[in-house]
Design a protein around this ligand. Structure first.
Ligand code: FAD
Ligand code: EPU
Length: 338
């Protein structure tokens, strides 16, 4: 039996629910699957897309090449004193990994509860939420170079993590298939509740000394109240990054719009809430054909059922141009466009 299929619908494999096809499709679960992939002509001749949970992608057309869905399983750990190194296969569902850690009392990823996607994709854009980023718990990952089949271990420094950014989105884009990721977690919980919404929800629940399970439950609750569930309404989370601009540029915006939602990131740089910028342009909850923005989070573009990827993409262009005309800030997409 071969791992390769032809003309496969990608609709179940992208959280936007866009109905496009892949010319070739392969699911990678075992070492034998990996060997078959490396030995095949398709990997040498076809354009390649490595796919995790498809939760950070927008397909605008059929993929005329080979899509490799990474489903490598497995979680194991090595405990050393108060610390634990947990290794997870790239195909492990991110939230299953978080739940495993919370259940075992391994602290560090509870603030990242309920983020869709897989472990293997987590370093690609250095996922983050509620005051924690992947880089805060990342130990190393193993990536297989697609051209040579040779595996390499990437240290924290090698990955060049930034805000929703890493070496895998830049110099090494499309060159490595991440097979496993290692995390450095803590067996003595260091709770991170700096995010206002977490504190408010804990107070509402009367929890003064939260456990990591409490933080995980509270984060999940906040997320469900704000973000659309991809199983009922297609989306890929924040469609754009929050723009980081120079302080001088910020001051001009602030003069005209003193209510602008912003965060100081360094003495010279300010991050703006893209959701606020988009809402101010009148886009919040707007429905345009089969696409639009989410009613409680303008940064999330949605598929109302029958949207094409091209339709969502055109709408995102409209948002970028409108925000730029009003604020002089050009939004950058977080979602990968294919
Ligand atoms: P995919 O979408 O399948 O792929 C994303 C990119 O990674 C592609 O370029 C792909 O080629 C590459 N890739 C995937 N797997 C591998 C691999 N094994 N090796 C090499 N390259 C690979 N993100 C956040 O950071 N914070 C959030 O709070 C957040 N909330 C979200 C909420 C919702 C409702 C949704 C739908 C998305 C959200 N996201 C969030 C975005 C998304 O969950 C993350 O980007 C996630 O890491 C994507 O994982 P994935 O497996 O679905 O990747
Ligand atoms: N806001 C508005 N209108 C909106 C949306 C947001 O005014 O429609 C303002 C509000 O003032 C709000 C602020 O923007 O307080 C921030 O909004 P929120 O807390 O929802 O966070 P975000 O900046 O929109 C970021 C990440 C999310 C992550 C959350 C929580 C990016 C691009 N997005 O969103 O990540 O879950 O913070 O930490 O950094 C993702 O990357 O896909 C994602 C969902």
């Amino acid at each position: 039996m071969t791992i390769f299929q032809q003309n496969t619908s990608l609709k179940p494999y992208n959280t936007f629910g866009i109905p496009v096809n892949a010319r070739y499709f392969a699911k990678l679960t075992t070492a034998a699957d990996l060997q078959e992939l490396l030995g095949s002509d398709l990997i040498k001749t076809e354009p390649l897309l490595i796919l995790g949970g498809g939760s950070n992608l927008l397909f605008t057309k059929d993929f005329e090449g080979l899509v490799v869905k990474v489903s490598i399983p497995g979680i194991s750990e090595v405990i050393t004193g108060d610390e634990v190194i947990v290794t997870a296969g790239a195909g492990v569902v991110w939230n299953d990994f978080v739940n495993y850690c919370v259940q075992h009392g391994y602290a560090g990823v509870e603030n990242l509860s309920l983020i869709p996607g897989t472990v293997g994709a987590s370093p690609i854009q250095n996922i983050g939420a509620y005051g924690v980023e992947l880089k805060d718990v990342f130990e190393s990952c193993t990536g297989m170079e697609i051209n040579t089949g040779i595996s390499r271990v990437f240290s924290h420094a090698d990955c060049k993590f930034g805000y929703r950014d890493s070496i895998f989105k830049n110099e090494l884009k499309g060159q490595y298939l991440i097979t496993e990721v290692r995390f450095r977690l803590n067996r003595v919980a260091k709770i991170n509740t700096q995010y206002g919404a977490i504190q408010e929800e804990l107070a509402k629940r009367g929890i003064a000394i939260p456990t990591i399970a409490d933080v995980s439950a509270v984060v999940a609750h906040i997320r469900v109240s704000k973000l659309p569930d991809p199983s009922t309404i297609g989306n890929a989370g924040s469609f754009f990054k929050n723009p980081v601009i120079a302080k001088a540029e910020f001051q001009k915006i602030y003069k005209e719009f003193p209510e602008v939602v912003h965060y100081q990131v360094t003495p010279g740089k300010v991050k703006l809430a893209a959701g606020w910028l988009i809402e101010q342009c009148g886009f919040k909850g707007k429905v345009v054909g089969q696409t639009g923005t989410w009613k409680s989070q303008a940064l999330v573009l949605v598929n109302h059922g029958q949207a094409t990827g091209q339709e969502v993409y055109s709408f995102s262009e409209n948002i970028i141009n409108t925000v730029e005309a009003k604020f002089g800030v050009r939004l950058e997409r977080e979602v990968n466009i294919l």
